[in-house]
Design a protein around this ligand. Structure first.
Ligand SMILES: [Zn+2]
Length: 246
């Protein structure tokens, strides 16, 4: 007799089970070690790592990068009023983003949010650049299914906790676009066109779109366009963990 009815869990099922297990394990046994140096620590990032880890910080972190002409020259003309990034897409931040994105290490998002608040929080406060809510940029359905989670949403939830504001899923992805990484700036703009719709009415005066890495800004700009069509008066800024500098 053949075994055609035997249950064989797919890789996605196993990963989903693992994430659920990891979630409850972390609840029952809260992290007691620093994520970065593994020394005993009551916080996810120990004091030493928080202050002394070498990051490829951008000049004057917490200032609006749209005031920097060399950055503006490399991105799609922005529909948002502010761009705030923790670091260049290099070193520790690059490693953390990749752990979050490709290895299922969702705690990496907490670490990134810790650094973001530490280096940018005070400055954003002074510049009155703390929005009413953070909004994750949604992944295409295909990538969401294969990855099981949206890294921008996890980052958005973490940042919301750190800044005591809402994380609100205002956007939905409507079409599965090609992966942006293989495309140039103009191809990215065309590829992402019409990829979003709003999930609900938008009543906020100010929001920050959250994404892990900004390269040409084509995706966040399209997300802005979609939001502005529904609420032209809203102030949108972008909070990202890293930007790719040319
Ligand atoms: Zn440490």
């Amino acid at each position: 007799m053949s075994n055609t009815n035997r249950y064989e869990p797919s890789k996605e099922h196993l990963l989903a089970i693992f994430h659920i297990f990891q979630y409850y394990f972390d609840k029952i046994f809260p992290n007691k070690h620093c994520y970065l140096c593994h020394q005993t620590s009551d916080t996810l990032v120990c004091e030493y790592c928080l202050t002394d880890t070498y990051l490829h910080l951008l000049p004057a972190p917490g200032h609006n990068l749209l005031e920097n002409q060399s950055i503006v020259g490399n991105i799609v003309p922005p529909l948002y009023s502010g761009l705030y990034a923790l670091s260049e897409y290099k070193g520790v931040v690059r490693a953390l983003v990749n752990q979050l994105k490709f290895s299922g290490k969702t705690l990496a998002a907490n670490v990134l949010a810790e650094f973001f608040e530490y280096y940018l929080g005070g400055k954003l406060n002074i510049n009155q650049a703390i929005p009413e809510a953070v909004v994750p940029v949604p992944l295409s359905n295909q990538r969401h299914i294969s990855r099981q989670y949206n890294q921008s949403r996890i980052l958005s939830l973490e940042l919301a906790k750190h800044f005591s504001i809402n994380s609100d899923d205002l956007l939905l992805r409507t079409v599965n676009t090609k992966q942006q990484s293989s495309l140039d700036k103009n191809e990215r703009m065309l590829n992402i066109r019409g990829a979003f719709k709003v999930a609900k009415p938008i009543d906020y005066l100010s929001i920050a779109l959250v994404d892990d890495v900004v390269t040409t800004g084509a995706t966040i700009n399209e997300a802005c366009k979609t939001i502005l069509e529904h609420n032209p008066d809203i102030d949108i800024s972008v909070w990202c963990m890293a930007i790719t500098l040319k």
